[in-house]
Design a binder for this molecule. Structure first.
Ligand code: TXA
Ligand code: MG
Length: 510
């Protein structure tokens, strides 16, 4: 007998992987979301078979023909295939909801059909879509559903919320979430995770501290409403009191409890990018004590996407203040093994989540001046994506001491080994290469790399996502080798390259 071991992701088409532009007549009407390719590559790499399941009522309503639909689908599969992404099969229902159609989502008909044909394990499969009917089709056959907010997804959000399904910003976030879940499963094979989260939540409620994974870096968390608990974080990290903390919430209701009003542009950002690696600085309510915000009238808040972090906040039933789980001014830990022993020893509880997906901290946008949002820290969410939604934002990140961006030290995220920024590897003389490392983004020339003791080439993929995710762990690994120096050629100043270069500059600062 065949075992049903293969796992699948079923994808809605319009509004999920391509823009929803009504019933599409021709391939030239197809516009892919820019995130789709990256997202589906992640899923394929995680071993999922991919299927498209789409309702095309335009056929029965004679707005498009079956041939139009087929031509459009062929084009979609062609584009995906050109990017190395294989779709096993496309299922299409031509009916609308007037008849008694057994195919149309929310019916799980096609999902079950695929499961029979391809020996799929539906329990470990997902359906991703931007309509409540999509996720219901998944839930109706025992798969997991993820609702995303692109292509009109925000419109039906409340209906989706009623199904209790997970809601994420877009196809990329959904794929990342699935990847993080796979990482968690690897780490917690023994099935003991729920108890560990319970124990950590008890520590938080009792005024203690917890090392917790997030999708950016590990955090050291405590109850953000308990000044005594927050004080422990500052003590353990040896962090100066004038460096405020980021508060993590699990939902909008919790957010409402701690901030006074949300400016329209901040709301747009929250709706589009939460849960995820974006921190918003907003006016605080008295529930957040002054120690969290270093006396500022504003509080930095984010809604993390990591399932362990979210569950911990929910179980603790309070917002969690959590700076990165490093000693002050040292490298941020993007792997559990990089959390300093001193921090693990001092914390009341710790949960491993394996490697952090993003590896660089959240992007911080301040709304302290509502009409003039400002970038305080470049981070895991590319600033271009933020500006595409709310227009240009000012850059106010400073090199320390500013009341606008407290805690933005010029020197930060530093390895013990001296780090130098160079324009080109050729700038490093031979004798200095012998016991030094070279970090660069993209392949260096033969003579450029000759003679270095260690070379780390971080990928220069479209947005530097993979490079960003490996930056801190690479620095921390090189830092253990007893080298004389680490030489880094900055990335191009675009996408996450901006955040990478920011961290490298601070790491290099004396
Ligand atoms: O990804 C992240 O953001 C990680 C994970 C754990 O969520 N957290 C993190 O926290 O990076 P931390 O403490 O390393 O950075 C907090 C920074 C402060 O140094 C400060 O620059 C800024 O956030 N910040 C916090 N509250 C602020 C406020 N009210 N106004 C302006 N900046 C603030
Ligand atoms: Mg759709």
């Amino acid at each position: 007998m065949f075992s049903k071991s293969k796992k699948a992701v079923f994808l809605d088409r319009d509004g999920t992987i391509i823009e929803d532009r009504g019933f599409l007549k021709s391939p030239s009407d197809v516009v892919f979301f820019p995130e789709t390719f990256e997202a589906l590559k992640i899923l394929r790499k995680e071993g999922f078979l991919l299927f498209i399941v789409t309702n095309q009522a335009g056929i029965v309503r004679k707005i498009i023909t079956e041939d139009d639909m087929k031509a459009v689908n062929r084009h979609i599969l062609g584009e995906l295939s050109a990017n190395g992404i294989k779709i096993e099969e496309v299922f299409c229902c031509p009916h609308d909801d007037s008849g008694n159609c057994e195919f149309r989502k929310q019916s799980p008909f096609f999902l079950k059909k695929a499961a029979d044909k391809h020996c799929l394990d539906l329990k470990n499969s997902y359906m991703i879509g931007n309509h409540p009917g999509d996720v219901k089709a998944g839930l109706n056959c025992g798969a997991k559903g993820i609702y995303i907010l692109t292509g009109g997804g925000i419109k039906h959000r409340q209906e989706a919320e009623k199904t209790g399904v997970l809601i994420l910003p877009d196809i990329l976030a959904a794929s990342e979430w699935i990847k993080i879940c796979a990482e968690i499963e690897k780490i917690h094979r023994d099935g003991g995770l729920p108890e560990k989260i319970e124990k950590a939540a008890r520590a938080i409620k009792g005024g203690g501290t917890v090392v917790m994974p997030t999708e950016t870096v590990y955090g050291l968390g405590s109850d953000a409403t308990n000044p005594g608990a927050v004080e422990k974080i500052f003590r353990i990290k040896r962090r100066p009191a004038n460096d405020p903390l980021i508060v993590h919430v699990s939902d909008m209701k919790m957010l409402d409890g701690i901030v006074r009003g949300i400016p329209d542009k901040a709301m747009l950002l929250a709706e589009r990018f939460w849960p995820g690696p974006l921190t918003l600085v907003l006016k605080k309510k008295p529930l957040i004590p002054d120690i969290v915000t270093a006396g500022l009238p504003t509080v930095a808040v984010r809604m993390p996407m990591h399932p362990i972090a979210v569950e911990l906040i929910k179980k603790s039933n309070c917002p969690i203040s959590a700076p990165s789980a490093n000693l002050f001014s040292c490298l941020s830990p993007a792997r559990y093994s990089d959390v300093a022993a001193e921090i693990l020893d001092s914390a009341d509880s710790a949960i491993s989540g394996g490697n952090c997906l993003r590896g660089i901290e959240s992007t911080i946008i301040s709304f302290s001046d509502e009409d003039n949002p400002a970038l305080l820290r470049a981070g895991s969410l590319a600033v271009e994506k933020i500006e595409a939604l709310i227009g240009p934002i000012s850059r106010r990140h400073s090199s320390g001491g500013s009341s606008e961006a407290p805690g933005m030290q010029r020197k930060h995220y530093s390895p013990g080994t001296p780090l130098f920024l160079i324009k080109s590897p050729s700038d490093v003389p031979d004798k200095k290469r012998r016991n030094s490392a070279l970090i660069c983004f993209g392949e260096p020339g033969g003579s450029e790399k000759r003679g270095f003791a260690q070379i780390r080439i971080l990928s220069a993929d479209c947005e530097f996502r993979s490079a960003a995710s490996l930056l801190f762990s690479t620095l921390s690994e090189l830092d253990r080798l007893g080298l004389d120096g680490i030489y880094a050629v900055p990335a191009e100043e675009r996408g996450l390259g901006i955040a990478i270069n920011d961290r490298l500059r601070r790491a290099a600062a004396k």
